[in-house]
Design a protein around this ligand. Structure first.
Ligand code: M6R
Length: 604
């Protein structure tokens, strides 16, 4: 996703901006750019694709002495990933970079166009710089023009603006997207959307709060709150070690990745889950023309996301769905029919089995779609169309945020297809979209819940096995919970549909068989409850995950009351991830690199 950097000082500004962007690279992007103001002249460089392309373009650029500059990596939301749409965006004598979405950009653009302003890009960002220059005409100072600009914008933004008229100053504003300012002992000033970009360069940082705006120059940093009141920066010491900084204080990458799910899910939904519809700029509606079936294919966690999709697509889009494990599909001589859309799901985009099935589908002449986290991966290059999940780099071998973002994309896609096929009413769609937009909040880790799970975990370190049970989408979630646990605790765990226990598995029930029961209030509550009772009657040790305590359970992980089963799904997902993590920690295992496993399985 988008990244921002900025700098004021005498060091090699090109290296600082490009180095900062490099540190933000893991978030994913499709174009990048920098603008440097040195000796009264702007130098601008933009490139589509990886940073190496931008580095190439700047290879003969060597500014000397004092400069100010801003840089950006862009993940396209409004407008395709082209050089013209890459930031920084230019007015007549000012440049801007921006993360987030300016919701009222269309009306602002219209207004500015009637005044004769010409827009070069398709982005929402460009309005900021033109609005600023328009307001500059009346304002007494550049800061006044910037302040009025910020007051006019609606939506989410972290933005930096530089203008030729004030060549030692960077203007900044933050609302809803992260932004910080940092400094070091030499009086240099840095800006970034995440501190990883300034670690090793700056020693202290101040993290802006929503509504903050202001300016910085050699003379100091001037911050104002949303009511225009001046405020003092709260400088915090920055970590100096890049590697441990990457874990940002968490014990393991897996833990960090569980905690960052809220942020990455916001990225996943950004520009896609709007008020009235799902927008996927990256795919054409024609992809679904003549399609009567969707076949999902994946491995491991991605396969579990595909199973969730099968419920959501049939429920909302009323389309036939089949789900295949890639290693099985490869050799079963499958019937691949031309009216089937073949969808591969993969975090890495490199999993050998899944990649091979994508080739099979292409060879059979099927339309193909990849739902993937890694841009430019083999699957992304091969598929007819791609939807990126925007989870950022996932380092823990046990997948967490990749799964969360896959399910969010699939849920959105089911609604997108439902709208295309007219199988969802307007109100119902709006309600789903409203619910979707709550998910970043739902997955925020609740400290109380994490503490409780930490304590609880000591009771689940032995036994002869775990059953994770659930119904509907909570069945694939149960499968995913069991997979997480076995991957990092090396304990035997299985996921089952709750209603299936009585057909055999219940024979294993005794006090040393641990059942983790997913009991959502908003979906098949009574049915699942009865299944849990059957296990309780056979004396299995039961830990219920849900919002309503179940008197026949032994332990209880309480989730918040929600109005929609998918909200319960996402909160339970976090609970299961934390449970595996804490059990693994107590067993002394290597959480991030469990035995026998690799992050990307590129062999058959
Ligand atoms: O990169 P992919 O999503 O294609 O990977 C598929 C599986 O190898 C992967 O999900 C694996 O199961 C994870 N270790 C699960 O945590």
């Amino acid at each position: 996703m988008c990244g921002i950097v900025g700098y004021i000082g005498e060091k090699d500004i090109k290296q600082i901006l490009l180095g900062g962007l490099k540190e933000l690279e893991y978030r994913g992007y499709d174009s990048a750019g920098i603008a440097v103001l040195n000796n009264g002249e702007f130098s601008i460089f933009k490139a589509v694709g990886k940073l190496i392309n931008l580095e190439e373009k700047t290879k003969d650029f060597h500014p000397q002495g004092f400069s100010i500059g801003i840089g950006h990596t862009r993940w396209a939301t409004h407008g395709k990933p082209t050089e013209l749409n890459a930031h920084p965006h230019v007015g007549k004598k000012s440049y801007v970079v921006h993360n987030g979405i300016i919701e009222n950009y269309a009306e602002l653009k219209k207004e500015l166009e009637t005044k004769g302003v010409e827009f070069l890009s398709q982005t929402d960002t460009e309005v900021i710089v033109h609005l600023f220059e328009d307001l500059q005409k009346e304002a007494k100072t550049n800061f006044e023009a910037f302040e009025k600009t910020v007051q006019t914008l609606h939506g989410a933004y972290a933005t930096l603006l530089v203008t030729k008229e004030e060549p030692d100053t960077v203007f900044f504003a933050k609302e809803g997207s992260p932004l910080l300012i940092a400094k070091n002992e030499n009086g240099e000033i840095y800006f970034a959307s995440s501190d990883t970009a300034v670690i090793g360069e700056a020693s202290q940082a101040h993290y802006f709060e929503d509504g903050d705006y202001g300016y910085a120059s050699k003379d100091g940093v001037f911050i104002f709150d949303k009511d225009g009141k001046p405020k003092q920066p709260k400088w915090q010491k920055l970590e100096q070690n890049k590697l441990s900084a990457q874990k940002e204080g968490y014990r393991f990458f897996m833990e960090k990745e569980i905690y960052e799910q809220s942020d990455v899910l916001s990225d996943t939904l950004l520009g896609r889950a709007t008020e009235n519809e799902v927008v996927f700029e990256e795919i054409d509606k024609e992809l679904f023309d003549g399609i009567n079936e969707i076949k999902f294919c994946a491995c491991g966690t991605s396969y579990h996301a595909a199973l969730c999709a099968s419920y959501l697509f049939e429920r909302y889009a009323k389309i036939r769905v089949s789900v295949e494990i890639a290693s099985e599909l490869r050799y079963k001589e499958p019937l691949l029919m031309p009216d089937t859309l073949f969808v591969v799901i993969s975090q890495s985009g490199e999993t050998a089995d899944t990649l091979e099935t994508l080739k099979m589908a292409k060879n059979a002449g099927l339309k193909t779609l990849a739902i993937c986290n890694v841009d430019n991966s083999s699957m992304v290059r091969l598929a007819d169309a791609t939807i990126l999940t925007r989870a950022g780099i996932e380092k823990g071998v046990a997948s967490t945020k990749a799964f969360a973002t896959q399910v969010a994309v699939l849920w959105m896609l089911s609604l997108y297809v439902a709208k295309l096929r007219n199988t969802i009413e307007k109100d119902a769609l709006q309600n789903q979209l409203r619910t979707l937009r709550t998910i970043p909040q739902v997955v925020k880790v609740d400290d109380g819940m994490h503490e409780r799970i930490k304590r609880l975990s000591k009771r689940y370190l032995h036994g002869h096995g775990f059953f994770f049970i659930g119904r509907d989408v909570f069945f694939p979630l149960a499968l995913e919970g069991a997979l997480k646990l076995k991957e990092i605790s090396y304990l035997h765990a299985e996921g089952y549909p709750a209603g299936e226990m009585k057909h055999g598995p219940i024979a294993l029930a005794d006090p040393e068989l641990f059942t983790i029961a997913l009991l959502p209030k908003n979906l098949l509550f009574e049915k699942t409850r009865s299944n849990i009772e059957e296990l309780s009657a056979r004396d299995s040790t039961i830990c219920v995950v849900g919002s309503e305590e179940f008197e026949k359970g032994d332990d209880f992980i309480k989730t918040k009351p929600h109005r929609h089963y998918m909200q319960e799904f996402f909160e339970m997902m976090v609970a299961l991830q934390l449970l595996s993590l804490e059990i693994s920690v107590r067993l002394g295992n290597d959480v991030d690199m469990p035995r026998n496993l690799a992050k990307s399985v590129t062999v058959e």
